[in-house]
Design a protein around this ligand. Structure first.
Ligand SMILES: C[S@@+](CC[C@H](N)C(=O)[O-])C[C@H]1O[C@@H](n2cnc3c(N)ncnc32)[C@H](O)[C@@H]1O
Length: 261
């Protein structure tokens, strides 16, 4: 079992983060913007974000000046960095714990958001986290997820196993992406109603997407870092190879689900 104390640069998302990448979700900034728009965030909202990571979405959410923001981040180093980032904001806090057990009160949140964090959990863990989102949401509250998906819905099990194996070997995380049907079923099983589903290509490491997500200057900085860190470059090229190989089968889904009123 990998430690969650420090940022482990064996894992794909942390290699990218160390190279300067801030957007670590499969559908990029554009799909996040869509998801956030669908959550209709107001100044009265109590927001909870699962796994804020580098804090990219956290900044976007805090910009909307919600009533409160709580980020639940499992990794201690990431949580510490996030605390520094939000320092001085009396309406925001970071809790260093698992999204499966947030310690938050029942029905305390208007909206819960989590990106690129369910995919990396085994299916029973995914359900525990979804159950926790349901528990902490007020009735009628919204849960937005943005995760790695598979397409089409009737993909043979063999292909799913191949993709999972290749992903685990290259990103060093037991990633288990699901089809649209499977994601929706997991959410419905915990009591959610599905409101919206959006899809976007999985272009995390395509140059055009990197520029769209990070901007031109940060892209240049990331490019420089990758060029000057050969070990990281090798790992990133391998990841890119897997993403390219399964380009047609892998996708990103953003789903908005609602706890019934
Ligand atoms: C791929 S990164 C995504 C980060 C960010 N949400 C984004 O989209 O850019 C995965 C993040 O999930 C966090 N994480 C993984 N399992 C978690 C859990 N059970 N509870 C809270 N955070 C978790 C990791 O520490 C890491 O910050």
């Amino acid at each position: 079992m990998m430690s969650n104390k420090t940022i482990n640069t064996e894992q794909g998302h942390w290699i990218l983060a160390k190279m300067g990448k801030r957007v670590l979700r499969p559908g990029g900034k554009e799909l996040t913007e869509k998801l956030v728009e669908c959550l209709h965030i107001t100044h009265q909202d109590d927001l909870v974000e699962f796994a804020p990571g580098m804090g990219f979405t956290a900044s976007m959410l805090l910009f909307k000046k919600p009533h409160s923001y709580s980020g639940i981040e499992l990794n201690e180093e990431a949580a510490e960095n996030l605390r520094t980032k939000i320092n001085g904001n009396p309406d925001a806090c970071i809790i260093n714990t698992s999204a499966a057990q947030t310690g938050l009160k029942d029905c305390c949140a208007d909206k819960v958001l989590g990106e690129a964090m369910l995919t990396m959990q085994a299916d029973h863990r995914k359900s525990e986290i979804i159950k926790e989102a349901f528990r902490i949401l007020k009735k009628g509250g919204l849960y937005g997820i943005h995760e790695l998906g598979l397409t089409p819905d009737d993909m043979p099990q063999e292909t799913k196993d191949d993709i999972q194996k290749n992903l685990s070997q290259t990103i060093k995380v037991n990633a288990r992406p699901l089809t649209k049907f499977e994601w929706c079923t997991l959410l419905k099983n915990e009591g959610f109603e599905i409101k919206e589903v959006y899809a976007s290509p999985m272009h995390l490491l395509k140059p055009a997407r990197v520029v769209a997500d990070e901007g031109i200057f940060r892209t240049m900085k990331i490019g420089f870092n990758v060029l000057t860190h050969p070990a990281a470059r090798k790992k990133i090229m391998k990841m890119r190879g897997v993403f390219q190989k399964y380009e047609k089968q892998m996708t990103a889904y953003a789903i908005v689900a609602q706890k019934p009123a």
